[in-house]
Structure formats: structure tokens, C-alpha cells
Write a protein that binds this ligand. Structure first.
Ligand code: ATP
Length: 310
């Protein structure tokens, strides 16, 4: 990798932390001819992260083990996005893959936080370092885009506008740190399921395309207060996520009653993000949301944070 080399002796381990993403602005257009929906989104990487560790296995092949979220249920074969990423970078380098990947997952699975994409980004970086692959940023970005719409952002982290299907990134120089309470639920929503519901609701005249990202970009660049940010959070998928999992409405309402500045469905859901004034408020809010029940787990997170290839 450009400017980064790492030991690749047998037994050497490369560990990469990759943050989850949230979408403080998620504008969803109509489905394009290729089946993807046009997006105008603003991504932000938050402090909740997975750790991808790569080491040589000493014989050809890609082996995956998982601990934490999704261990025992997520695939460890070619269906795992980290496996696809390792295979892709080996193909790019023209080498036989030889790696044991361990995914220590803290990002809830199918929660709208891009956990799988984060692992793919982590595997690209970890394998490139392990195998000392010379690859520039543009090429890495291209490989990432082929793995999934959110993978390019997961490499970079920070704050960025995402257009196209999310992979066309423009960095945003956010000034400040914002604090969130992340509440997961005991249900999952697959992203395609949520897009289908968006389309169904639009046929009934419900929904909009919030294509203008300027207000939130200016808010981040200007170091907006959490109060101001709370007023401009947008998610065009929220109605669909709540329609699919109506229990989200009471979780969101409960958090607002406990003093959250805003309740915001993360991506395609069903994770709900509650915005807090500051870290002290977030700690108190998390405790109250936990005590109230209704969430599977409640985490503190702040953003923006850097991605592994920032
Ligand atoms: P996004 O918002 O990017 O669509 P998400 O956060 O809603 O994603 P993920 O956690 O990325 O959802 O998982 C979506 C599906 O991807 C899972 O149900 C799983 O079958 C598949 N998957 C493949 N590899 C992984 C991985 N390493 N971690 C999580 N899920 C994975």
C-alpha cells in the first residue's frame, strides 16, 4: 500500500479498527436502471467499531473466524464480505491468498450501521498490509466500490457526502464532535427489504427524495450545536423501517421522552440513534433508555472518527 508496509513473516498479525457509519442525512431517490437507488447522503463514522485481524495461515486459502456480534450465525465462507475482500485484493496483486482473518464484531448485524461493509474495508486494508500489496488510494477505492456501496466510505471514515449509490464520496471538514446513544433492537432489517418498502410506500404517495445535503454539510462544517443538528437530521428510509418494524416508533418516542434531542433511524434500520447535547448527557440518556427497556443493547458513540485508510 502507498506509504504503508508491514511485516509479513509467518505469525505476524495486522489489526485494523473499522468504524460503523451513520447517515445524518439519507436522501433516497428512485430506483435506477441498474436496480440501485440514487442516493444523496451524508455519512459520518462513529466510535463503535469492528476489529479485523489478519495473519498468515501458512498454506493457501482464506479462513474466517468471528467473535462478538453475529458469531455463530454469520457466514465464515465466501458469503462473508471480508472473505470477498481478501479474495479481491489477492486477485488484484496476482497472488494466492494465504490468510486467517478474525473479525471481532461490535457493530450490530443488519442494523443499518454497515458492519459487513466495515469488515470488508478492514479486510482490504489488513490483507494489503499483510501481503505488502502496492496499491494506491484510487485503486483501493475502486475495489471497495465493487464490494458494496458503503465500503468506500468505511475505508475513509470522517464525514463525507455520498452520491451515486453512495460510493461517490466528497469529504466534509466537520468541525466538532457529536454524541449519540445507539439503541439496537432484537430484530433485523435487510437493506433490500427496506428499499422494497420505500418503493411500496412511494406507490401509495408516501415519501420524498431529500436530495439537498447543503444544510447538514454547512452545519457540520460550521460546528453546529447538537440542538441545531437535531433539527435537520433526515432519513428518507425512516418511514419504511418503521412500517416494517412498528416497535421502532415506541423506541424512538421513549428516547425523546427521556430527553434525546432527536431520534433518528440509522440507515435502513432498525438501529435507532439518539442525539445528545454532550458526552455527559449521552451517558445519562443511555442509562435512562436502558432502564426503560425496549432496546436490545444501548451503546455510547461519538463522531466523526477516522477510517482505516484516512
Ligand atoms: P448496510 O447498512 O451497509 O446495508 P447493515 O449494517 O444493515 O448494512 P450488515 O451488518 O452489513 O448490515 O449485514 C447485512 C448482511 O450482510 C448480514 O445479514 C449478513 O448476512 C451479510 N454479511 C456478510 N458478511 C458480513 C459481515 N462480515 N458482517 C456482517 N454481515 C455480513
Amino acid at each position: 500500500m502507498t506509504g504503508q508496509t508491514a511485516p509479513a513473516q509467518p505469525g505476524a498479525q495486522i489489526s485494523v479498527d473499522v468504524p460503523a457509519k451513520i447517515n445524518p442525512h439519507l436522501g433516497v431517490g428512485d430506483a435506477r436502471a441498474d436496480g440501485f437507488h440514487a442516493l444523496s447522503t451524508v455519512y459520518q463514522a462513529i466510535s463503535l467499531h469492528d476489529t479485523v485481524t489478519a495473519e498468515r495461515r501458512g498454506e493457501p486459502g482464506i479462513e474466517i473466524t468471528i467473535s462478538g456480534e453475529g458469531a455463530g450465525t454469520l457466514p465464515t465462507d465466501e458469503a462473508n464480505l471480508a472473505h470477498k475482500a481478501a479474495k479481491l485484493i489477492a486477485l488484484y496483486a496476482g497472488i494466492e491468498p494465504d490468510v486467517k482473518l478474525h473479525l471481532n464484531k461490535r457493530i450490530p448485524v443488519a442494523g443499518g450501521l454497515a458492519g459487513g461493509s466495515a469488515d470488508a474495508a478492514g479486510a482490504l486494508i489488513a490483507c494489503a498490509r499483510l501481503w505488502e500489496v502496492e496499491i494506491g488510494d484510487a485503486e483501493l477505492h475502486r475495489l471497495a466500490g465493487g464490494l458494496g456501496s458503503d465500503v468506500p466510505f468505511c475505508l475513509k471514515g470522517g464525514t463525507a457526502i455520498g452520491r451515486g449509490r453512495g460510493e461517490e464520496l466528497t469529504p466534509v471538514a466537520a468541525k466538532g464532535t457529536w454524541h449519540w446513544v445507539v439503541a439496537t433492537t432484537d430484530t433485523q432489517i435487510s437493506t433490500p427489504e427496506c428499499y422494497k418498502e420505500v418503493d411500496r410506500l412511494r406507490e401509495d404517495g408516501i415519501g420524498r427524495y431529500s436530495s439537498d445535503v447543503d444544510p447538514i454539510v454547512k452545519a457540520f462544517e460550521g460546528g453546529a450545536s447538537a440542538d441545531d443538528l437535531a433539527r435537520i437530521l433526515i432519513n428518507d428510509m425512516e418511514a419504511a423501517a418503521v412500517s416494517l418494524r412498528p416497535q421502532l416508533a415506541s423506541l424512538m418516542h421513549g428516547g425523546l421522552e427521556e430527553g434525546a434531542l432527536a431520534a433518528h433511524v440509522s440507515g435502513s434500520g432498525p438501529t435507532v440513534l439518539f442525539l445528545a447535547h454532550d458526552v455527559k448527557h449521552a451517558v445519562a440518556l443511555a442509562r435512562r433508555i436502558r432502564m426503560r427497556g425496549g432496546a436490545k443493547s444501548v451503546h455510547l458513540a461519538h463522531g466523526p472518527v477516522n477510517g482505516p485508510a484516512a
